[in-house]
Design a binder for this molecule. Structure first.
Ligand code: ADP
Length: 608
C-alpha cells in the first residue's frame, strides 16, 4: 500500500517537506530513488556534467595514441602542439565538469537527508503513545541518526560515484569495442562475470547487513536503557552485570559484522582477479596481433590506457555496491518506521475544538491494551464543568488508563468519550490536548532553563507571564534563589532540582497553559513531605474553576473532591462525596478507615 509522508495534521514541517508517496512494497533502493524525484532537475544537470567529464576523460587515450603513432613514430611533428593543446583542453573541461557534478549531486544528497530526517521526526510525532510503549527509544534513535547517516553516505557519495563509474565503464567499453571489436570484446567480456558475482553477493549479504543494523539498534537501546537507569544500577552495585549485558549485545553486533566481512573478503578479491584476467587477455591477444603485424603498438598502448578506465570503475562499482547493500539495510529500517501508519489519528473531517467549558462524559466506555484486553469495562461517568473528581482504587485498577483516555492517548474499544458534548474522535488531537493540562507523578523537564521549561506550557509567553505562573505555583521563591534564577539550566530530566521543585515547575507550566481540564496523576506522591503542603496549595489554586481529575492513593488529597469515583477491576464501583461514601460503608469507607488507622498507628508508633 502506498504511504504518504507528512500528510497528517500533526506534521510540523509541512512547509519544508512535500508530501511524498512511496510504494512500500518496493525495495529500499528504489524507494530512495523515488524520494529523489523532486530533485530531478539538479540530478539531470549533474548527469550532464558527468557525461562531459567522462567524455573529456575518454578522449585522452585517443590523443595519446595519435601522439605515439603519428608524432613519435610517423614523425608528423606539425601535430605535436595541436595534440598537446587538445590534451590540456580535455583535462580542463574534465576537471571543471567534474567539480560542477560533485557540487550538484552532493547538494541534492544533503537536501535529501534534511528532508528525510525531518519527515521521520514528523512521522514519529504523529504516532500514538502506544507506538512508543512498544518500541525502545535507543533503537528509534539508531534509526533516525545512525541509519539515516548510513543512507546519506551512499546517497551523497555512492550515487554520484556509482553513476560516474557506470557511465565511464560503459563509455570505455563502447569505445573499446568500436575501435577494435575483437580486442575490445575479449577485454570487456570478463566484466559480465563481475556483475554476476555482485548479484550473488547481494543475495547473500543483504540479510546479514539487515541483521547487523538490527543488532546495532539493540546496542543503542541497551546503552540508552543502562544510561537512563544508571542510578538504579549504582544503587544495587550491579555495574558488572550491566556491563556484561551490554557486552553480550555488542558481541551479537560484532558477530553479524564478522559474517559480513567474511563474505566481503571473498567477494572483492574475486572481482580483482576477474579484472586481472581481462588484462592478461588484452596483453596476450594484443601482443599476438602486434607480432602478426595486424595491430600497431600505439593501439595496444591506448588499450592499456582504456583497461585502467574500464576495470578501475568496475572495482569501484563493486565497492559501492557493497555500500549500497548496507544502505539498503539501513533504508529498510527507516522505511519500516515510515510505513507504520498510526492507528490513532485525526478523522478526515476532524474539526478544531473551540474553547471549552470542561464537561466530560464517559458513555459505556470499554478499553484494553493488546496484551491486556479488558482494563476498563462499561464505564459511565458524567462530570460537570469545574468539578473536582477524585479517582481511587487499588493499584492496577485502571485509574491512569482512564485519565489517558480523556486527551485521546488511546481510543476506547467501545463507547464514547465526550468533551462539552463532542465525541473526542471527531476533533483534532491538537485542539483537544491544548485544553487539557497534566501533572504526573514524575514530571519531565527538558535540559534547558527554568524559563524555557515553564514556557513549554505556552510558547511565546512573556517573562512576566512565566514569573506570574511560577508565583501561582509557589515556585517563584525557590527559582529566584537558583544561581541564575529563571535562566538556570535544570539538567537532564531536571536532575539538578528536587522532586518537589520539579513538580512546582510542572504546575507553573500548567498555569501558563491555562487548560479547562486538569489531569493530576499522583502529583504529590513522589515529593518530599516538607514540599507536599506547598504543592497541594499550588494545586488547589490551579484546580480552581477547572474540571479536575485527581488520582491519588492519599485519601486526604481525595477527600475534599466534589465527587469521588472508586474504580475496581476496570469498573465504576462507587461514586459520591466523601461523606456519602463513608455512610455507604463500601470499598471507599474501608480504604479510608484502613488509611486513617495506619496514620494513627504511624503517629503513635514512637510512643510504643
Ligand atoms: P492504576 O493507575 O489504577 O494503577 P493503570 O491504569 O496504570 O492502573 O493500569 C491498569 C492495568 O493496565 C494494569 O494491569 C497494567 O498492568 C495495565 N497496563 C497499563 N499500561 C499498559 C500498557 N501500556 N500496556 C499494557 N498494559 C498496560
Amino acid at each position: 500500500m502506498p504511504v504518504t509522508f507528512c500528510s497528517g495534521a500533526g506534521c510540523l514541517f509541512r512547509f519544508a517537506v512535500p508530501a511524498i508517496r512511496i510504494g512500500s512494497r518496493m525495495n529500499a533502493f528504489w524507494r530512495v530513488l523515488k524520494l529523489l524525484r523532486p530533485h530531478l532537475g539538479a540530478i539531470l544537470c549533474g548527469l550532464f556534467f558527468l557525461v562531459l567529464s567522462t567524455s573529456a576523460m575518454l578522449i585522452q587515450p585517443v590523443l595519446w595514441q595519435q601522439m605515439v603513432d603519428k608524432v613519435l613514430i610517423a614523425r608528423q611533428t606539425q601535430l605535436f602542439w595541436p595534440l598537446i593543446a587538445g590534451m590540456l583542453a580535455a583535462g580542463l573541461v574534465g576537471s571543471v565538469a567534474s567539480g560542477m557534478r560533485t557540487w550538484l549531486i552532493e547538494r541534492v544528497g544533503q537536501k535529501f537527508v534534511l528532508e528525510l530526517r525531518t519527515c521521520i521526526y514528523a512521522h514519529l510525532q504523529n504516532q500514538p503513545l502506544s507506538f512508543f510503549h512498544d518500541r525502545r527509544t535507543g533503537d528509534l534513535l539508531a534509526r533516525v541518526i545512525g541509519d539515516v547517516d548510513t543512507l546519506q553516505e551512499v546517497v551523497i557519495n555512492g550515487t554520484d560515484q556509482f553513476l560516474s563509474n557506470l557511465l565511464g565503464m560503459l563509455g570505455v567499453a563502447a569505445v573499446m569495442i568500436w575501435y577494435k571489436w575483437d580486442l575490445g570484446l575479449l577485454t570487456v567480456a570478463p566484466v559480465m562475470f563481475t556483475f554476476l558475482l555482485m548479484y550473488r553477493y547481494n543475495m547473500r549479504v543483504k540479510p546479514i547487513y539487515r541483521a547487523a543494523r538490527d543488532r546495532l539498534g539493540d546496542v543503542s537501546a541497551k546503552l540508552a536503557e543502562n544510561l537512563t537507569g544508571v542510578q538504579t544500577i549504582k544503587a544495587f552495585a550491579r555495574e558488572d552485570h550491566a556491563a556484561e549485558k551490554l557486552h553480550e549485545t555488542i558481541s551479537m553486533y560484532f558477530v553479524q559484522n564478522l559474517l559480513g566481512i567474511s563474505l566481503r573478503v571473498r567477494y572483492m578479491p574475486a572481482v580483482q582477479f576477474i579484472s586481472f584476467i581481462g588484462s592478461i587477455i588484452m596483453i596476450g591477444y594484443g601482443g599476438y596481433q602486434i607480432l602478426l603485424g595486424t595491430m600497431s603498438l600505439g593501439v595496444l598502448l591506448a588499450y592499456r590506457g582504456y583497461w585502467w578506465h574500464l576495470y578501475g570503475p568496475v572495482y569501484s562499482i563493486a565497492g559501492i555496491n557493497d555500500l549500497l547493500q548496507r544502505a539498503s539495510a539501513a533504508g529498510g529500517r527507516i522505511f519500516d518506521l515510515l510505513d507504520h501508519q498510526p492507528e490513532l489519528r485525526d478523522a478526515e473531517n476532524a474539526r478544531e475544538l473551540p474553547k471549552i467549558e470542561g464537561r466530560v462524559s464517559f458513555e459505556n466506555v470499554a478499553f484494553g491494551y493488546p496484551s491486556r484486553p479488558q482494563v476498563i469495562t462499561g464505564l459511565d461517568l458524567s462530570v460537570a464543568p469545574g468539578t473536582r473528581v477524585g479517582l481511587v482504587g487499588s493499584s492496577g485498577a485502571g485509574k491512569s488508563t482512564l485519565l489517558g483516555l480523556i486527551p485521546r492517548f488511546y481510543d476506547p474499544l467501545a463507547g464514547q468519550i465526550r468533551i462539552d458534548g463532542v465525541d473526542v474522535r471527531t476533533i483534532t488531537q491538537h485542539s483537544l490536548r491544548r485544553q487539557i493540562g497534566m501533572v504526573l507523578q514524575e514530571s519531565f523537564l527538558f535540559n534547558d532553563s527554568v524559563l524555557t521549561n515553564i514556557r513549554f506550557g505556552r510558547p511565546g509567553a512573556s517573562r512576566e507571564d512565566v514569573q506570574r505562573a511560577a508565583a501561582d505555583a509557589n515556585a517563584h521563591d525557590f527559582i529566584a534563589q537558583l544561581p541564575q534564577g529563571y535562566d538556570t539550566v535544570v539538567g537532564e530530566r531536571g536532575v539538578k532540582l528536587s522532586g518537589g521543585q520539579r513538580q512546582r515547575i510542572a504546575i507553573a507550566r500548567a498555569f501558563l497553559a491555562d487548560p479547562a481540564i486538569l489531569l493530576l496523576d499522583e502529583a504529590t506522591s513522589a515529593v518530599e513531605p516538607e514540599s507536599e503542603a506547598i504543592i497541594q496549595q499550588a494545586l488547589e489554586r490551579l484546580m480552581s474553576g477547572r474540571t479536575s481529575f485527581i488520582v491519588s492513593h492519599r485519601l486526604s488529597v481525595i477527600r475534599p473532591c466534589d465527587v469521588i469515583v472508586v474504580i475496581e477491576g476496570g469498573k465504576l464501583a462507587e461514586q459520591g462525596t466523601h461523606a456519602q461514601l463513608l455512610q455507604r460503608g463500601g470499598i471507599y469507607a474501608q480504604m479510608y478507615r484502613m488509611q486513617m488507622g495506619e496514620e494513627a498507628h504511624v503517629i503513635s508508633a514512637p510512643e510504643i
